[in-house]
Design a protein around this ligand. Sequence first.
Ligand code: 13P
Length: 258
Amino acid sequence: MGRVRSYLIAGNWKMHTLRAEAVDLARRVAEHARSVPAVRVMVAPPFPWLLPVAEALAGSPVALGAQDVHWERKGAYTGAVSPEMLKDAGCEYVIVGHSERRQYFGETDETVFRKLQAAISVGLRPVLCVGETLDQRQAGWTLKVIRRQLWGALEGLTPPAAFTIAYEPVWAIGTGVPAHPEQAQEVHAFIRAEVARIWNASVGLHVLYGGSVTPDNVEGFLRAPDVDGALVGGASLKAEAFCTILDIAQNLSAGRSG
Ligand code: 13P
């Protein structure tokens, strides 16, 4: 499995921000991103702010992402947004299979698979989210759950040249209780090995950690050998916190080159 050495730091704004806040946040991240050239940066605002945020990011190195996508190209799917619409709005990335989508919106491994296929077919870069619940971890099922999510989502997909997976333990999301970097490292190494088994092809794979990432704890994750970046929720809504995370990734980048 190909190794991607540059960090990707992504902000998932979830269902937060009104337009003015979104544009202000995007402008500040865009401005700061110029000083962290070794780090790839992405922000995923709510759907209605994709266009104004795209405008705010124009000319900056920050990539735009969406938080979800439908699997069909078009049709009678009230409330849904197609992959081509996201491309047209300026998105490069799309988050697929976030645990909140799985928990509150009935997302399954089957719909995740179809969304990934649809996103890849129009040239979007998906960020596939996987992760176990607290009950599953306590029962010792973590790797089994991750394996099932990976095979369900990826088996049968034509391997893309580059792909991103975010390991987000459900118990660490929005709780202020992050995983220990060693727990992340164990799962990340497993994800890498499992993706190699599923696809048996050379894919530039970024494996991100997500779940209560802050400026205070991100360094521990980024130092883990199989952690290629972070998917940040709450801390991505504060420009200062998110930019500090970018600075930390930039400072650690030198150690990862080669
Ligand atoms: P928090 O960083 O708020 O825990 O959210 C993580 C997440 O779900 C990012 O997708």
